[in-house]
Design a protein. Structure first.
Length: 356
């Protein structure tokens, strides 16, 4: 590569904004330059909401004992220290909602954008320079933070324009985890037995619907969930064949409960999807999967060391996928599920509100 095309590629990725350590990509970098105005090849977004990744939000909420003032201060501290909302404990980010304030012409052409458009990032917050003027409110029940701030997008960063036919709050929630249903739809095959851990969460419910569409009436969907409220939502959705209340951090109990619910008839799945928001669920996931089956670890609370060494210690040649949040559909699969399943829309409205 010539030095000018190398420079162009570095700008395309955003490496020029990395302060520490110099030369790394923006996502793994510790600190970014979050100066709130766009340099050439950049796009500036006026940010109104952060939808913080569930693993990150849960960790911050627990650490601050659900005190929203402390949580707000902690979020401010992370953004001040790092120039981005990148939780140093979980390593994860989330998505933002905002409007286009300054637009790079090439980026605008690629994404059909104009100044003033409302967008949702499909790039993790852990990649995007962010500065926050203030935090207005934290909604504990939906991992949402109302803010006033500015973010920078580089040419490499995917985003989605808000569709006109769905409420904003539902779109933001679905796009945060859109990679899960899209990837599951690509991985599942007709006739399979598929288990979803954390099935009553945002990604879980979308995944259950994507699976039902892909498997049709063939195949079996086993939904595992911990919380009572989320279990009732799974029941109301009518897409899972077997529903089990279990704590996936206790692998042996979880297996026993699933075995019992399946009447001892083949409790292990061809494909298992992990969409929980807490650590220590790798063993249950592996043990609930056939030795030659597949796993999608979408959860950001997954330890890939534990998963890999766990499978090795149990002599399982199971194929393990990392849940990459990006799919080329740019959220279309997830948003279509909201249109196709009115009950899913009702549950999301109850959880996230119906702001337009
Ligand atoms: P969510 O709505 O919080 O759903 C997680 C679900 O798991 C909740 O219903 C939760 O129940 C349940 N759960 C918690 N502990 C459990 C346990 N021990 N056993 C069984 N179920 C348990 O989270 P989400 O927004 O769907 O996100 C799911 C995961 O995807 C998170 O880890 C998030 O970080 C990750 N994520 C990954 C990507 C990616 O690119 N790979 C992108 C976005 C999000 P409670 O309601 O009781 O907590």
């Amino acid at each position: 590569m010539s030095s000018s095309s190398e420079q162009d590629f570095a700008r395309y990725l955003g490496i020029h904004r990395v302060i520490e350590p110099r030369g790394t990509l923006p996502q793994p970098a510790w600190k970014l330059d979050n100066t709130p105005s766009a340099y050439p090849t950049e796009t500036l977004i006026y940010v109104q909401k952060l939808h913080i990744d569930s693993a990150s939000f849960t960790q911050i909420a627990r650490m601050c004992e659900l005190d929203t003032e402390r949580m707000g201060q902690h979020i401010m501290d992370i953004v001040t220290q790092r120039g981005k909302m990148h939780n140093p404990v979980t390593g994860s980010g989330g998505v933002l909602l905002g409007t286009v304030e300054q637009l790079d012409a090439d980026f605008g052409r690629e994404h059909h954008l104009t100044i003033g458009d409302t967008i949702v990032s499909l790039t993790s917050l852990s990649w995007l320079p962010l500065s926050l003027q203030r935090i207005h409110k934290i909604h504990l029940e939906r991992a949402e933070v109302e803010v006033e701030g500015k973010a920078i997008f580089f040419r490499s960063n995917p985003l989605a324009k808000l569709p006109g036919d769905l409420p904003q709050a539902l779109v933001v929630a679905a796009l945060d985890v859109a990679g899960a249903p899209a990837r599951v739809a690509a991985l599942a095959q007709a006739g399979q037995k598929v288990t979803v851990l954390g099935a009553g969460g945002t990604a879980g419910l979308l995944t259950l619907c994507a699976l039902r569409q892909k498997l049709g009436s063939n195949g079996v969907i086993i939904a595992i969930e911990y919380s009572e409220r989320a279990l009732q939502d799974i029941v109301d959705l009518h897409v899972a064949d077997v529903i089990v209340q279990a704590d996936a951090t206790h692998p042996l109990d979880t297996i026993e409960q699933v075995r019992h619910a399946c009447f001892n008839d083949g409790y292990q799945a061809d494909l298992t999807i992990n969409v929980v928001n807490v650590p220590d669920t790798e063993f249950a996931t592996i043990l609930l999967t056939k030795p030659d089956g597949r796993i999608l670890f979408f959860s950001m609370a997954t330890s890939f060391t534990t998963a890999a060494l766990g499978a090795e210690g149990m002599a399982r040649q199971v194929e393990m996928h990392i849940g990459n949040g990006y799919m080329p559909d740019c959220g279309a699969v997830a948003l279509q599920l909201l249109r196709d399943y009115p009950t899913l829309r009702t549950i999301f409205t109850k959880r996230f509100g119906a702001s337009i």
